[in-house]
Design a protein around this ligand. Structure first.
Ligand SMILES: Nc1ncnc2c1ncn2[C@@H]1O[C@H](COP(=O)(O)OP(=O)(O)O)[C@@H](O)[C@H]1O
Ligand SMILES: [Mg+2]
Length: 385
């Protein structure tokens, strides 16, 4: 079921196209992330969904209602901004009540006699709603504090709480963690994912940080230059990027890309080394071969199919060790992920021999599109040749 559909959305600012024919279906209850480098159009797409910006062409459908022309306030979406936008002079409880009070005001004003009675009942309901929401967010002990007395993470949750009491169709968040320090940012990832699981409301989340997208999303839409290049689960996008730009953007350290050629037998080769096979007739000639750092393994001695590079930098992360290698051609660098335990003895300047240990290398054609693998059964594809 689609909660939200964005159909053929185009947007230009003056002469400059910022979104090019974007189609996006957001499922009810999912955590969907728009991720891509700065300037690719994420915020613009989110603002068009929110109703803060009009598309140059295309339509936005929420539920079964086309909302083009419907004001932001009437779309029942909750936008959580990067700056928390809490009123500094009000307590957290008062902050959380404000959106509901504003909504009710016009109603009670129209009923002057019943007004006070309704108001008392409303007040009790409001209080209950705020307390319930605060419990979900684990800020029930902070309701009487002012925003200035809260930590960054607590303020974040209070701002979310204020959006939540309205029970919106979806939460829209634009880089909500970017003001936080690194440790809190990582902590908030799991908080937000957990919150999403308990609320089961649709989240549309914008970030330039691929790690946030990978760790929190049900699905992620990778955007570049005003286009969605790929939409899928984090596993799918990471393991099966359909475009070389997606492969490079997702994953840290970055995927290794080597120049290669497809020979007549359909093997994608880098020099002497056959790294993958593509469907017969898929391509011949120049390709780029992608190997993730964790798909490589250091070996003790040279063997057929092995590659060698000189260690120029080692990144020791405690348990993991990333070896940065300068390849013999003098042009390419590769990163191999290994462990401190098994490879800790390797020093800068050493020659390191490594092989592809599992999975197929990814092969991209000259246009950057992924070439499909051979239909041949897995066992007939040589690991190395
Ligand atoms: N109001 C505006 N007027 C003119 N150009 C804009 C406006 N808003 C955004 N842009 C441009 O549109 C492009 C996409 O911006 P944006 O959606 O904010 O990207 P992102 O959120 O992915 O960083 C950028 O090149 C930006 O400079
Ligand atoms: Mg932005």
């Amino acid at each position: 079921m689609s909660a939200i559909q964005m159909r053929s959305i185009e947007k230009s600012f003056g002469e400059t196209p910022v979104l090019r024919n974007v189609d996006l279906s957001i499922r009810a209850g999912e955590f969907l992330t728009l991720v891509g480098p700065s300037g690719c159009g994420k915020s613009t797409l989110l603002r068009i969904l929110a109703g803060l910006e009009a598309p140059s062409a295309g339509s936005v459908v929420i539920g079964d209602r086309t909302v083009n022309g419907v004001r932001a306030a009437n779309r029942n979406l909750a936008m959580v901004f990067q700056s928390y936008a809490l009123y500094p002079h009000l307590t957290i409880a008062e902050n959380m009540k404000t959106p509901l009070r504003l909504r009710d005001l016009s109603f009670t004003e129209r009923l002057p006699f019943a007004g006070p009675l309704i108001a008392r009942d409303k007040h009790r309901k409001l209080q209950e709603q705020v307390e319930e929401t605060a419990k979900v967010l684990r800020i029930e002990g902070l309701l009487n504090r002012k925003p200035g007395q809260l930590s960054g993470g607590q303020r974040q949750r209070a701002a979310l709480g204020r959006a939540m009491v309205r029970k919106p169709v979806a939460f829209l968040m634009d880089e909500p963690l970017s003001n936080l320090d690194a440790a809190l940012r990582i902590h908030m990832r799991s908080e937000l994912a957990e919150l999403h699981r308990s609320l089961r409301t649709t989240f549309v989340y914008v970030t330039h940080d691929q790690a946030e997208a990978l760790t929190m999303s049900d699905r992620m839409a990778v955007m570049m230059d005003g286009d969605i290049l790929q939409l899928g689960s984090p596993e799918d996008v990471y393991n099966n990027p359909q475009d070389i730009r997606v492969a490079e953007f997702v994953g840290a350290p970055k995927i290794n890309l080597l120049p290669g050629e497809v020979d007549e037998a359909g093997h994608a080769r880098c020099g002497e080394v056959a790294l993958s096979r593509v469907a017969a007739g898929a391509a011949s000639g120049e390709v780029r071969i992608g190997l993730r750092p964790e798909h490589l393994a250091v070996v003790e001695r040279d063997e057929p199919g092995a590659l060698t590079g000189r260690l120029v930098h080692r990144e020791n992360l405690g348990a993991d060790l990333y070896l940065h290698l300068a390849m013999a051609d003098g042009k390419h660098r590769m990163v191999v992920r290994t462990g401190v335990h098994e490879s800790g003895h390797i020093a800068v300047g050493d020659d390191v021999t490594f092989v592809r240990k599992r999975g197929e290398a990814m092969v991209f054609g000259r246009d950057g599109k992924r070439l499909s693998l051979s239909e041949a059964p897995r066992t007939s594809i040589p690991e190395v040749a």
